[in-house]
Design a protein around this ligand. Sequence first.
Ligand code: FCB
Length: 442
Amino acid sequence: MPDLKIIKDFPDNFTFGVATSSYQIEGNSFGNSGLSHWDHFSNIKGNVYNNETGKIACAHFLNYKEDIKLIAEAGFSAYRFSFSWPRILPDGKGSINKEGISFYDKLIDELLENNLETFSTLYHWDLPEIFISKGGWKNRDTTKWFADFTDIIMRKFSDRLNSIATINEPWCVSWLSHYLGEHAPGERSIESGVKTMHMILVAHAEAMQVIRSHNYNNAGIVLNKQFVQPFDDIPETLKFTNLADEIHNLWFDEAIFNGVYPSQTLDLFSQYMPNNYEKDLVKISQPLDWVGINYYTRSLIKIDSTETFLGYKSVNGDLDVTDMGWEVFPKGLKFIIERFHNKYSKKIPIYVTENGMASNDVIQDGKIKDFKRIKFYSDHLIECLKLLEKDIPLKGYFAWSLLDNFEWAYGYSKRFGIVYVDFNNLKRIPKLSWKEFRKHLK
Ligand code: FCB
């Protein structure tokens, strides 16, 4: 039977937490929230599995106390959550929704009362809908509005936030959503993809400047990392594997930590790059206090001439896959973090801000026996321990996710939670993985 005994081998000051995000759990129809571009996107037939939306989600807005109890009871010491921009500013800017402020006030106080550290994220993908017509993240103004939103968060909450991340997964915000079209706003355009690959980093920079103006010093960014390997040994494949590595990983690392963009991608993107992007790179590379890494899977890179712009596609190999169809490859987590550490900064603290798997969980005799998930966590934690043995400053690990939730384009069909949610009545039922965490964390 898989277990999580390995938790005992971690140092006492290592942070174990769980993660969620606002649109995926809160329920955007509660509390006078404004609409997000995910409401817009999911209202268009065919974009989301079963045409589901985040209107109700897990109704965490109503049930946050019960949810926080589940985090504390399992013995976690930290909770990673995000602020919904349209919940606080229904029009994206201007007048503040008092109910939104009061919700996060209560949420944060409840976390602190339960001795949970507050790891917050400013943007986990719920862009106010109103900005769609203004070009969303393609428009430089959006980065300024984001800075204004950041300032509100800083004024209202920063004295109670242990940690602040600017952006969750800039690659998803830009390339996945504007070139591949899989997430809101669902664009499929080279120009939009390239523009937003840059603008989302400008948004990060603008927010960092606001954060610093409040003398706050535990801020970072959360990057999703993809471990890429060549599908075959054709020399051209290696070239494309490097390109994929740049687009997924190095684009962001190089910009943030070295103030440059990697050359192969920059050559490909050059005609679409916003004017004066070089100037922005100075701000983009301002120092951070920590970096968060989200890791789920690997990709094999295969030449594909039907992909006329990139020239390749990502395919699976022969490893076991999760319910998302994502290959399970724990070693990639170690590789990605070790490379990052050696290449960019030997000192910067690193957190695994997301790691987890979807499985087709069912209730049997009142129990959810998610053994595969327990094994997944254990196998990835083994890799984390190896990093600690090498004195790499890995400070914490956040399981994705506390609850089964709105998994973006997959709606409620993919279950990532350590707590099961029955979407008919919103009842929470801890899975075996939750119990296993509790057994070893307590
Ligand atoms: C990450 C997202 C998170 C969740 C997991 C499965 O890319 O940050 O919201 O959807 O994937």
